[in-house]
Design a protein around this ligand. Structure first.
Ligand code: GAR
Length: 210
């Protein structure tokens, strides 16, 4: 059983998708051992509780320095025995110290087709605002391994979603979640948990037999 720690900041719909996929067994060989939010009011923590999963808040505001916050985060991740860290809408940067500790064992869901609309400043609704502003006809979501850059790690899965002329950022965000994020994030976890993902020369190879 691959032990997952899921890091969240907000609503937690991706966390919900993971937990439901594990319950329905479309994700196998994985269990969520801990949910960490940087925000005590995040609805994601309620979702964890409803599924009987331990959820805690670790906020930079509780610590005198960023370094102490990072040490506390690393301690919780190692104490719970996490083998894969899943960033499911976690809007706080992961420091190199944690990335190196969990090399190719941290994944992130990003709400665009990387390398479009990603990097510093592109998160949440802002990504969809930028996509609509640019007039793209197709957007989507990406699951990738986390390296020390922002949204630069090896890409695991992507799924395209149509952009409609009538879209607002919120409508597009909802469609990208429903048609891409909630599908590819659990799928990536399933593939990793079943040893079907390898990273070679900075690129991902997937043994995708269904
Ligand atoms: C999701 O759309 C996720 O892709 C995005 O935050 C949202 C969290 O929603 N993440 C980023 O923008 C990271 N750069 P959720 O809390 O309902 O899962």
């Amino acid at each position: 059983m691959l032990r997952l720690a899921v890091l969240v900041s907000g609503g937690g719909t991706n966390l919900e998708a993971i937990l439901q996929a594990i319950e329905k067994k479309t994700v196998t060989n994985a269990e969520v051992c801990l949910v960490i939010s940087n925000n005590a009011g995040a609805y994601a923590l309620e979702r964890a509780k409803k599924h009987g999963i331990r959820g805690i808040c670790i906020s930079p505001r509780q610590y005198a320095s960023r370094d102490e916050f990072h040490q506390a985060l690393l301690k919780e991740l190692t104490d719970c025995g996490a083998e894969l860290v899943v960033l499911a809408g976690f809007l706080v940067g992961i420091p190199p110290m944690i990335v190196e500790h969990f090399a190719n064992r941290i994944i992130n869901i990003h709400p665009s087709l990387i390398p479009s609309f990603c990097g510093k400043g592109f998160y949440g609704l802002r990504v969809h605002e930028a996509a609509i502003e640019r007039g793209v006809r197709v957007s989507g979501a990406t699951v990738h391994f986390v390296d020390t850059g922002t949204d630069t790690g090896p890409i695991i899965l992507q799924k395209a979603v149509e952009v409609l002329e009538t879209d607002t950022p919120k409508l597009l965000q909802q469609r990208v979640m429903e048609q891409a994020e909630w599908i590819i994030l659990p799928r990536a976890i399933h593939l990793i948990a079943n040893n079907r993902v390898r990273v070679e020369d900075g690129r991902v190879c997937i043994d995708d037999r269904g």
